[in-house]
Design a protein around this ligand. Structure first.
Ligand code: UD1
Length: 350
């Protein structure tokens, strides 16, 4: 069904790698609502075709979809030949902290080669506007203050996943400095959660989920028997880790605003780093309690050991996002819990 709030202004084609994935699919919807023509590149290894039909249900549009692995340079090149892209938003990457500690090569190979291939094509086809899916993980474990600004010292990454994001940002910066035509925004998002309020798209982990929200909602629905909380003796409000959970709708909106901002810049050679969060920290136990209150479901949990690679406490200073992009989170963590739960119940009945 068409969204009555759609803005009809005409914009160009945007390649969205990983566009069938969690944040990618919400960004595709947001791009369409803002008049862009997204083209999804995704090999569906960590995403599902039903997300593509969910996007169609929300937007009423068939979005061009290319089933391509971003590590396959030649296939990617053909996509760049087919469309006159005015921008690229690059999501396609592995993203589980714990798995990256166990399988570092898998992470380095996929996340770095994928990024290199995308950038190589941007240069060859003179696509100037590039938005990178970075992460607060680049800050590593913040020393002293737990609120990080974009100028906070980058500590050594806590995991190979985090390192792929640090290296990714460096590659982009080096390239921007050498090619005057490229402009880039690195969006360092904190913990994206929730789902589209229509429940037509949301997070669809393949196999066992690793992130907290799908673990909680799957436990609520009965797919998982018990949650293991990774550490209860940390130096935080209640001993459990603290994160800045930001609604995926807000994260999607940030990508469109970043792209828009890049398009308006007349200077060459721009590389920016922007935190995308709410500015508020929530502990694991608080998140579980929010879920129990909203859903009426009791969650079984046990206290386990800290997860290797995990940061204890981190949340965002979001002043720069507001100043530069006029972006700020509109949804709360409770909205995210409601939407994630609606989505979980919907996929149970599919
Ligand atoms: C990390 C990155 C984040 C990135 C995300 C992608 C950091 C600080 N954050 O998020 O930027 O977008 O990976 O996947 O590196 N937890 C449990 N039990 C569970 C699952 C999680 O207690 O079964 C806890 C974790 O210890 C953590 C919190 O829940 O404190 C959130 O974990 P998760 O959802 O996996 O995301 P991060 O690892 O924080």
């Amino acid at each position: 069904m068409n969204n009555p709030n759609f803005v009809s202004m005409k914009k160009g084609h945007v390649l969205v790698s990983g566009g069938a994935g969690y944040i990618g699919s919400h960004t595709v919807v947001s791009l369409i609502e803002n008049g862009y023509h997204p083209v999804i590149v995704d090999d569906l290894r960590n995403a599902h075709e039903k997300i593509l039909s969910g996007i169609k249900k929300i937007t009423g549009k068939e979005i061009p979809f290319e089933k391509i692995d971003v590590c396959d340079l030649n296939s990617l090149k053909k996509t760049f030949e087919r469309y006159p892209f005015e921008g690229v938003i690059h999501f396609a990457a592995y993203k589980a902290v714990g798995e990256s500690v166990e399988s570092p090569l898998k992470y380095y190979k996929n996340n770095i080669i994928g990024l290199l291939n995308i950038l190589e094509n941007c240069i060859s086809f003179n696509v100037q506007n590039f938005v990178f899916s970075s992460s607060c993980t680049v800050y590593g474990e913040p020393k002293d203050v737990k609120v990080v600004t974009e100028n906070s010292t980058i500590q050594k990454a806590n995991s190979p996943y985090g390192n792929t994001k640090q290296i990714g940002e460096e590659i982009i910066s080096d390239l921007v400095n050498s090619k005057k035509s490229l402009k880039a925004v690195n969006l360092r998002y904190f913990n994206p959660v929730g789902a589209h309020p229509s429940a037509n798209i949301g997070e669809l982990p393949i196999g066992k989920p690793a992130n907290l929200f799908p673990v909680i909602t799957q436990c609520g629905i009965g797919k998982i028997e018990k949650i293991t909380i990774f550490g209860g003796n940390h130096d935080t409000i209640d001993g459990t880790c603290v994160r800045d959970y930001v609604h995926v709708m807000d994260v999607a909106d940030a990508h469109v605003k970043a792209l828009n901002w890049l398009e308006k810049q007349e200077r060459d050679s721009i590389v920016e780093y922007i935190n995308i969060g709410t500015g508020k920290g929530t502990s694991v136990l608080e998140a579980i309690r929010f879920f129990e209150d909203i859903s009426g479901q009791k969650i079984n949990w046990e206290m386990g050991k800290p997860r290797p690679g995990d940061v204890v406490e981190i949340y965002a200073d979001v002043t720069k996002a507001k100043k530069l992009l006029n972006w700020e989170a509109k949804y709360t963590i409770k909205d995210a819990v409601k939407d994630a739960w609606r989505w979980e119940k919907k996929i149970k009945n599919d």
